[in-house]
Design a protein around this ligand. Structure first.
Ligand code: CMC
Length: 389
């Protein structure tokens, strides 16, 4: 009692217990419920992984088809949600729209407050996973001045999202199977990452026993920041600013002088190559076969090569993270830069929910309420207004 440890970013303090995701940052290992990320990326679908994260085991065929059916039948949103989104300014950032609209969903499902009841809780979780692609696509179409496209429940999770993003006038949208698969794998790679900033926000806000829509809005807000999910958008800006491989050495020199950071590099936990970045590089090859090469890829590959050989980055153990190549892929697939972090949010939703539920069901998990080291004044005499300098 009276003795506090000062750990402002929780770098050496476990904020919870969790059986969901394991990371060995020194070895570059990431596993969901014991399964290595590359095995899941190669063999599973995103919804299979969502089921795994939330239930602890992979689904059998019946469980998977029931789960897919449930998600597919919650993809539509209330007409008033559409109207709510229409109220945003034409140039509203889709992440801002997503934060606001996820929070607004809590008013559409007031029964979500009763989440202690397991069936009710699972219903809200299914709704969040099902509706986030619909909200994301609406946000993007709003910015593009296009009418909203209703979900197509005959398509896969990723295929339906592509349809809501890109469908114009034809009666049916046929997603390119390679792009559909690539997007599905990218969502798997983002599905969970233990106690990252947004998941920590989801747990902390959820620990007050607010409804999951409000907690998910808080998690999405945390993800919006450039040091977290916003990094993928910043990487593209950086590559465009560099523009040409000849400019890389002078850009890297400025990073080393501390003028700014190399976006898409470094990680709180990985002090080795981010295992997700490896899979992303493979996906890039598949995608570019369909879309043609993104000229910024040459700049990215050379920037990675130079950084990985540079003493500054080697000494500080700074490697490319998941965000380094995703932006280039998303751009090649036609997504506007403002949508990159939104794609991250769609992928992370099952992880947020699994972690939120795990926290609620842990009897020892109290409301998040860290202590502080007070650095302000001791008690002071109150000066009347006219006596103040
Ligand atoms: N470029 C240049 N120097 C860096 C970078 C970078 N990207 N990242 C860290 N450093 C340096 C930093 O200046 C510090 O140097 P020193 O010890 O001399 O002060 C040292 O490396 C340690 O950095 P830190 O800020 O103490 O590390 P952290 O664990 O607090 O930060 C990070 C992790 C991801 C915020 C940071 O590496 C960073 O800002 N990276 C760029 C943004 C980025 O790519 N974010 C995406 C993260 S992965 C996906 C996600 O979580 O959303």
């Amino acid at each position: 009692p009276g003795l506090l440890s000062f750990d402002p970013a929780f770098t050496a303090t476990a904020s919870c217990r969790s059986a969901i995701t394991y990371i060995d940052g020194d070895a570059g290992v990431l596993r969901y419920r014991g399964y290595p990320i590359d095995t899941l990326a190669e063999n599973s679908s995103f919804l299979e992984v969502a089921y795994l994260l939330m239930n602890g085991d992979l689904p059998n065929a019946d469980q998977l088809s029931e789960f897919e059916h449930t998600i597919t039948h919650h993809t539509f949103v209330h007409q008033n949600v559409k109207k709510f989104m229409e109220g945003f300014h034409h140039d509203a950032h889709p992440m801002g729209m997503l934060v606001g609209t996820l929070g607004a969903l809590s008013t559409f499902y007031p029964e979500a407050k009763n989440f202690r009841e397991p069936l009710n809780r699972r219903l809200q979780m299914a709704r969040l996973i099902a509706k986030i692609p619909t909200l994301a696509a609406y946000a993007s179409r709003h910015a593009r001045g296009l009418p909203y496209v209703y979900p197509d429940n005959d398509l896969s999770y990723a295929g339906n999202f592509l349809s809501m993003m890109w469908k114009m006038s034809e009666p049916k949208y046929d997603p390119d199977p390679i792009l559909e698969k690539a997007l599905d794998v990218l969502l798997i790679l983002h599905a969970d990452h233990e106690q990252n900033c947004s998941t920590n926000a989801m747990r902390a806000v959820g620990s007050s026993h607010v409804d999951p829509y409000s907690a998910a809005a808080a998690a999405t807000a945390a993800l919006y920041g450039p040091l977290h999910g916003g990094a993928n958008e910043q990487v593209l800006k950086m590559l465009r600013e560099i523009g040409d491989v000849k400019q890389i050495p002078s850009y890297v020199d400025r990073v080393k002088k501390g003028e700014f950071r190399l976006m898409g590099f470094g990680h709180r936990v990985y002090k080795n190559y981010d295992p997700r970045a490896r899979v992303v590089r493979q996906i890039a090859e598949d995608v570019f076969k369909v879309t043609g090469l993104n000229p910024l890829l040459e700049v990215a590959v050379e920037l990675e090569r130079i950084a990985l050989e540079d003493e500054y980055f080697v000494k500080k153990k700074l490697y490319p993270n998941v965000d380094f190549y995703t932006g280039i892929i998303y751009e090649a697939m036609g997504f506007p830069a403002e949508m990159f972090t939104v794609l991250f949010a769609i992928g992370r939703m099952p992880g947020w929910l699994a972690q939120w539920e795990e926290g609620l069901l842990d009897a020892e998990q109290k409301i998040a309420r860290p202590r502080q080291l007070y650095t302000g004044h001791a008690e002071r005499a109150y000066p009347p207004l006219n006596d103040r300098p």
